[in-house]
Ligand binder design. Structure first.
Ligand code: IYR
Length: 233
């Protein structure tokens, strides 16, 4: 590409086209049983707030991150960045910073209506799981890329792309047999500082990952039936 054209990410090469690799078509009855089995599998996922301190082999996390990285993204810019924290010092610092924000949230910032909406979940400003769980995955959204010559490179549909990748990560971790908690201390700019991330990366959420505590309890929630979440026209 000539130098006056739009900047491209380092190492970027315009891809050629190839025949769709490895698509698998199943007979409709098999599709239905696969769809049912996948729903049954993901139905068992519950957000957990009490974690066991047992460690989890890093390779499992790496595999799940590779799955997250298969998400579609705007212009295939893959604007997700995952920072996996297992170091207990860094976890403690994250807990301290998150709890400072949360104390303000629960005591001052949160409107009454929001606190009422949260009441059934039993959450409060104490976040011991940020130290108990073996892994915190800080997910960042790369707002723009930086080309080799330092020029900013526009990313597209960043929030959508990172949201999709995060959903796939949660599904992958669940499928592997791990529990997760999507935690969104707000604001969470402290993550850039503690994890040394550049300013083109916006903290998206903090995923807490590990085994559930043996005595973990979860609210007895119901999921909306199909008619409430979907329409066919
Ligand atoms: N970030 C706070 C509050 C909170 C907000 C929502 I929306 C939740 O679904 C759960 C918690 C906290 O983590 O406690």
């Amino acid at each position: 590409m000539s130098s006056d054209s739009t900047p491209e990410p380092p190492g970027w090469q315009r891809p050629g086209f190839v025949p769709l690799p490895d698509y698998r078509e199943y007979p409709p009855d098999e599709m239905l049983s696969r769809a049912r089995a996948f729903h049954a599998e993901l139905s068992r996922r519950r957000t957990v707030r009490d974690f066991d301190p047992r460690g989890v082999p890093r390779e499992i996390i790496e595999q799940c991150l590779l799955t997250a990285g298969t998400a579609p993204s705007g212009a295939h810019r893959q604007p997700w960045r995952f920072v996996v924290v297992s170091d207990s010092d860094i976890k403690r610092q994250i807990r301290e910073a998150a709890e400072a924000e949360e104390r303000e949230f629960y005591a001052e910032r949160a409107p009454k209506e929001w606190l009422e909406a949260l009441a059934p979940l039993g959450t409060d400003a104490d976040k011991p799981f940020l130290e108990t769980a073996p892994y915190l995955i800080a997910i960042f959204a790369e707002r723009y890329g930086v080309a080799g010559d330092g020029k900013h490179l526009q990313n597209y549909y960043v929030t959508e792309s990172v949201g999709i990748a995060t959903g796939m990560l949660i599904a992958a971790l669940h499928h592997a047999g791990l529990a997760t908690l999507t935690h969104t201390p707000s604001p969470m700019g402290f993550l850039n500082e503690l994890l040394g991330r550049p300013k083109n990366e916006r903290p998206f959420l903090l995923l807490v990952v590990g085994y559930p505590a043996a005595d973990a309890r979860v609210p007895d929630l119901q999921r909306k039936p199909l008619d409430d979440i979907a329409a066919f026209r």
